[in-house]
Design a protein around this ligand. Structure first.
Ligand SMILES: Cc1cc2nc3c(=O)[nH]c(=O)nc-3n(C[C@H](O)[C@H](O)[C@H](O)COP(=O)(O)OP(=O)(O)OC[C@H]3O[C@@H](n4cnc5c(N)ncnc54)[C@H](O)[C@@H]3O)c2cc1C
Length: 306
């Protein structure tokens, strides 16, 4: 059978894999078809997996982020040993057309450990009613390039170039009861949706947020999340620890986030869900929700795919 020699495009950053050129820098010479590249290959520009590529003609033009934004780092706070809260102020232009659930591409300039520089996607974690600033919640990837730069080299006052905003992760506005599920740095996109619920006030749909972490030291922003229960009458926050330490004196839900959701979610046929975190966590949660009757088209997610 003839090889598929179509060009494939990254749905995240717009990079085009052209079989006529291949990706010689990563060992794939000119003439290598997209299907002959192993699944371990990553987008050379933004680092996502092959699953985030589609034949070029099938990628909507709107998926390509267009605008550059110059921002200044005005806050950098460690939330856990490997998760940072980054606060940025828009400089040029002075506002960013932010939408809750969107992500932006960070452009890392050339460094001695990566002379060509890279771009990586991170979800907006702030209140998008304020277009003059944008926050991110970022987990360090132990072998990662861009997160090394963010954690080790980025300082307050630094200028950073962001592209976007982009993505299709949005509240459906159906009014259905909602289940939010976040793992690790996945609270980022969920946090921007929580601010949107806040803007709806008492009209916000009934919502439960399940936030999974290994132990107490890896749970963060809990004051904000518990405070939401007081402001939004229909909101409930359920943290779940998979491996609480004895010193945590943990009396809340214990177990993997999927177990806690499965125990609590009941009949999901009329509910919808918003998920954000690692691909493994998301796949397991989708299985639990659908086994409780949630239609697949009621499940919205942002997969942190590398
Ligand atoms: C839409 C979207 C939103 C996201 N939002 C967030 C967020 O809000 N917070 C957050 O913490 N994360 C988020 N992520 C995940 C984040 O973008 C990735 O974890 C990113 O890879 C981190 O960048 P890095 O340069 O540090 O790691 P990378 O350098 O990309 O490394 C990641 C892993 O891939 C491997 N790798 C890298 N390049 C290659 C290659 N060419 N071939 C084979 N293997 C390779 C590395 O060895 C490492 O194990 C998001 C991802 C997506 C797609």
């Amino acid at each position: 059978m003839a090889k598929d020699m179509r060009k494939y495009q990254c749905k995240i950053c717009g990079y085009i894999y052209d079989p006529a050129k291949g990706d010689p820098a990563h060992g794939f010479p000119a003439g290598t078809s997209f299907e002959d590249i192993p699944d371990s290959w990553r987008c050379p520009l933004c680092g996502v997996t092959k699953a985030d590529f589609a034949p070029m003609e099938e990628v909507p033009a709107a998926a390509e982020p267009e605008e550059d934004y110059l921002v200044k780092v005005v806050g950098k706070t460690m939330l856990t040993s490997d998760i940072v809260h980054l606060q940025c102020q828009a400089v040029i232009p002075e506002t960013i057309p932010l939408e809750p659930g969107a992500w932006m591409l960070f452009h890392m300039p050339p460094t001695d450990y990566c002379p060509e520089g890279v771009a990586r996607p991170f979800s907006v974690a702030s209140d998008c009613r304020d277009k003059t600033r944008v926050d991110f919640i970022i987990r360090r990837n132990p072998k990662g390039i861009c997160t090394r730069w963010i954690f080790e080299d980025m300082n307050l006052g630094d200028a950073v170039v962001l592209k976007g905003p982009n993505g299709t992760f949005r509240l459906s506005n159906s009014g259905r009861e909602a289940i939010f599920i976040a793992g690790g740095s996945g609270l980022s996109a969920i946090r921007s949706l929580l601010f949107q619920l806040l803007s709806l006030g008492p009209a916000a749909p009934k919502t439960t947020l399940y936030f999974g972490a290994t132990n107490r030291a890896n749970l963060y922003m809990t004051d904000f999340l518990y405070a939401l229960e007081h402001v939004l009458p229909n909101f409930r926050f359920v943290p779940s620890l998979s491996r609480p330490e004895p010193t945590d004196n943990w009396t809340g839900k214990s177990g993997n986030i999927t177990v806690t959701v499965g125990e609590e979610c009941g009949d999901c046929s009329q509910k919808e869900a918003y998920l954000c975190g690692s691909p493994g966590m998301l796949d397991a949660c989708i299985q639990v929700l659908t086994s409780h009757g949630m239609p697949e088209n009621h499940i919205f997610y942002d997969k942190f795919s590398s």
